[in-house]
Design a protein around this ligand. Sequence first.
Ligand code: NAD
Length: 419
Amino acid sequence: MELSQETNPWLSAEARFDEAAARLKLDDGICKVLKSAAKEITVHIPVMLDDGRIEVFTGYRVQHSIARGPGKGGVRYAPDVNLDEVRALASWMTWKCAVVNIPFGGAKGGVICDPKMLSDGEIERITRRYTSSLMGDIGPELDVPAPDVGTNDRTMAWIMDTYSMHARHATTAVVTGKPMELGGSRGRSEATGRGCMIVTNKALQRLGMEPASTRVVIQGFGNVGGMAARLLSGAGYKVISIIEYDAAVCNPNGLDIEALMAHRKETGSIADFPGGENINKDEGLYQECDVLLPAATENVITSKNAGKLRCKILCEGANGPTTALADKILAEKKIFVIPDILANAGGVTVSYFEWVQDRQGFFWNEQLVNDRLEEIMVASFDAVVGYADKHEGVNNRTAAYMLALDRVASAIRTRGIYA
Ligand code: NAD
């Protein structure tokens, strides 16, 4: 891959796919099927703005694969949404669901808009019109959206309501990540962070390390990073540093995460936290630590900076934090990588539980959700790392992709090519 293309999400996904497919010796026909999305939908949504003007927004829904079950994947509202990105994210979802072996394919959606510039009413109208445009394509048995960047549980409630009004009956299982009173699952909001903790625990066991002497640096203090910080710190890890887009703080003895959350709530930033020191945010990723957990955004570890990392374990909480060109450098440095499609799959796993509970109309308590999440994350970690151990020259990321591709390819072969 060319250096100038390093951060293109579609090419990044393709590079990982190509390597795994070559090692699996997947036949050309199946490769062709898996390299193209099953369905790509573009909708142009007219929406009345608050000032009476009509604006037309462009939205997408890409269903990459429905071989193992309904499509599953978030809906993103952002100004830079584009079809290439939605395609890449949809294929990522196929692999992620297959790695944790849940019965979903992969999908993703998005609308080109800037939620920060829109009123709640405008966002609601965009959401409802987008949903009605996709009526024949989403549904509990077809494709199940969820929140992503720029959308949240409120957006999911509007999708659920719009879909239900058209279907003429309440259909909670059409989306996941809903509010609790509309069929949301207990444990969903912390599921991705919890999944990160479970796989980090497993990596520690494997490397003979103990939480109490394990220093963790986390980039991003949002849903994933914040929950991971809270849970890891509660489990005895030393979370020594948090890096945000505007500041970074450090305390070599471990930060008090609850106090840092309260400080940010009060001041709007993690900067100047009395229980730590401000450090240069641009150097934050390169601190010496045992676990580095990027949980902010994509492409933060590239061929330009991977050489500067000083961690033993890289647990990828974010989607696509590491570029394909950086993988080789991490391997040379012998960093134990827990790849994103495994590390952050706790979220989609509990989304799956939400869908199951909605369809049963019977809801689980939080302990049951957490226990079942642990069971799946542990089994998936063992499957990925075990696969890498057994195959010469296969690292954890390639192993995760190989397992996923193999499962999806096998479903396609078993179903057969229709007509
Ligand atoms: P979020 O918006 O709640 O949190 C992201 C945090 O990162 C914010 O606090 C933001 O200020 C910070 N941030 C953004 N850019 C940054 C930068 N360059 N440097 C430092 N900090 C930065 O989002 P989230 O839901 O926590 O998602 C984070 C990542 O995890 C994304 O890549 C997302 O796709 C992925 N992910 C999320 C889930 C989930 O369940 N929320 C599941 C799987 C993957």
